[in-house]
Design a protein around this ligand. Structure first.
Ligand code: TXE
Length: 490
């Protein structure tokens, strides 16, 4: 069955092109998918435009649109194992993580099914008894939803669930590296009864289909999650037609640890924060900022645990970490390790591919810890998106906060301390879109997610994540029309 979905029809690419999808565990091609080009992207955009302008979806009662999300959530759970397996094959993550992803995606669909029913239209008191004034909301229109490869289905769900329930028509563009779970999702949306043209899917390289999705005049909104350089290009591409744009561009996230913590808990929190999914997480806790008096002990604990992380196929029980997503991405991570060494950081562990003969075909990389880092280093400032922890030390709370904010990014950060007041003070001072106190990583669909500064614009999740997909309109009704009488001509 072909994998592009346009105007309610599964199609092959117009130019007949295909792409091999590689399993990062063994470097083997495990399936081939259709590869869209610019003409397919244009067809998808026009199908969405037609569905939005002439179709019934934008005016369908919100309760019916919410019901479609609920049905999709049920179908996601029906196919949970199959989708999780697909995600593991495609990304290399463990099946346990992939199952959690499917459950989180389901929760996002259910959350927006409920949240959409919350009344946001309102009556305005103008101070005049001859006027009825209301602020009402409409869907924005045609939305291009562009997702990355680290959480393919999860990040797409943060976009597609609110976009649909708000009444928009969408074009989905998953990463060319990990397209399969999104194909499955679109099949489920079709099965759940989404009208033709309301959901369209193009697979393909960003350079080939991206410009159409981000600059076509028929597109009203672009929501993008991915790298900073690509995000900048998208903001420019969307500027000519002044589209609404939301971008989530990753981070360089500090994990600040004070000396009063329980050391074992802190070691585990730091380890999970940075090495989960091999650090391929936009909110990964890649920057350890630790109080000097416990730094040696904490770092020694992290190094010891990092060396024991069990690698392998994500499909095998007991495996704790998979490979990096692609050969190309591993090269990027390796280049950062080389840079770290050149910059004078001290390599405590990792910094290499594992020796295990069973792992040689895949894109594995050992968890890496660099001590002796400082904020002038690029390894401390730039997003490596790999299993690399840098260690900086501090003496005072003010110094810790200054270090935590010394980044051009602002996606997430954390503070570990048993002093409640200090936890609150540091959380208040950190300029990041999410701050965890005594934790690292959790999120819920009800709470906004997004970046400050160069981590991006706009928010996903929570009520704000729905508001992105709604236009507001002020409707002023004069109930006793009378001549304004402004110009008398005399
Ligand atoms: O991402 P890209 P890449 C970071 C991470 C990583 C770097 C590059 O540091 O090493 O970004 O990763 C589509 N118009 N993050 O190259 O290119 C592309 O096809 C429209 C952070 O894989 O940003 C894919 O669907 N779309 C991050 C999506 O953009 C374009 C998650 C993301 O790809 C396009 C992943 C274009 N011109 C990587 N070019 C996070 N914030 O979580 C590409 N795309």
């Amino acid at each position: 069955m072909p994998e592009l979905f346009v105007a309610g029809e599964w199609r092959s690419a117009l130019a007949g092109e295909t792409r091999e999808v590689v399993n990062p565990y063994d470097g083997r091609t495990f399936t081939v998918v259709d590869e869209a080009g610019a003409a397919d992207a244009e067809a998808a955009v026009l199908a969405a435009r037609a569905a939005f302008d002439a179709g019934t979806w934008p005016s369908t009662p919100v309760a019916e649109r919410a019901a479609l999300l609920e049905r999709t959530a049920d179908l996601l759970q029906r196919d949970r194992e199959e989708i999780a397996r697909t995600e593991t094959l495609d990304t290399g993550k463990t099946l346990a993580e992939a199952r959690i992803d499917v459950d989180d995606v389901t929760a996002v669909f259910r959350y927006y099914a409920r949240e959409a029913l919350v009344e946001v239209d309102r009556t305005v008191d103008t101070g005049r008894d001859d006027v009825l004034s209301r602020v009402v909301h409409h869907p924005v229109g045609v939305c291009s939803l562009i997702a990355p490869w680290n959480y393919p289905l999860l990040q797409m769900s943060w976009k597609v669930a609110p976009a649909l329930v708000a009444g928009n028509a969408v074009v989905l563009k998953p990463s060319e590296v990990t397209p399969l779970s999104t194909v499955h999702l679109v099949r489920l949306l079709a099965e759940a009864g989404v009208p033709d043209g309301v959901v369209n899917l193009v697979l393909g390289g960003g350079a080939a289909v991206g410009p159409t999705l981000t600059s076509h005049p028929a597109v009203d909104l672009v929501s993008f999650t991915g790298g900073l350089a690509t995000g900048r290009g998208i903001l420019k591409a969307a500027a000519d037609t002044v589209k609404r744009v939301t971008v989530e561009l990753g981070g360089k996230n500090p994990n600040i640890v004070f000396a009063d913590v329980d050391l074992e808990v802190a070691v585990d929190t730091v380890l999970t924060g940075v090495f989960l999914h091999s650090g391929q997480v936009c909110s990964s806790g890649t920057r350890l900022i630790v109080e000097e008096s416990i730094a040696d002990d904490l770092v020694a604990g992290v190094v010891e645990r990092a060396r024991r992380i069990r690698f392998g196929s994500g499909l095998v029980d007991g495996v704790e970490s998979g490979p990096l997503v692609s050969a190309q991405h591993r090269e990027k991570v390796e280049a950062y390790v080389t840079l770290g060494l050149e910059e004078g950081a001290t390599l405590l562990t990792g910094g290499r591919r594992p020796d295990d003969p069973d792992l040689q075909r895949g894109f594995f990389y050992e968890p890496t810890v660099f001590d002796g880092c400082d904020r002038s280093m690029r390894i401390v400032q730039e997003e490596t998106f790999g299993p690399i922890l840098t260690v900086e030390r501090f003496r005072t709370e003010a110094e810790a906060v200054a270090l935590g904010n010394d980044t051009t990014y602002g996606l997430a950060g954390a503070v570990q301390t048993l002093d409640v007041d200090r936890g609150d003070r540091v959380a208040a001072a950190l300029k990041h879109g999410t701050v965890w106190i005594n934790d690292f990583g959790p999120y819920v669909p009800q709470a906004e997610w997004g970046g400050q500064r160069m981590s991006g614009n706009g928010r996903e999740l929570g009520p704000s994540g729905l508001a992105e997909y709604r236009e507001s309109k002020h409707v002023w009704r004069n109930t006793r029309p009378a001549a304004p009488g402004w110009f008398t001509g005399s």
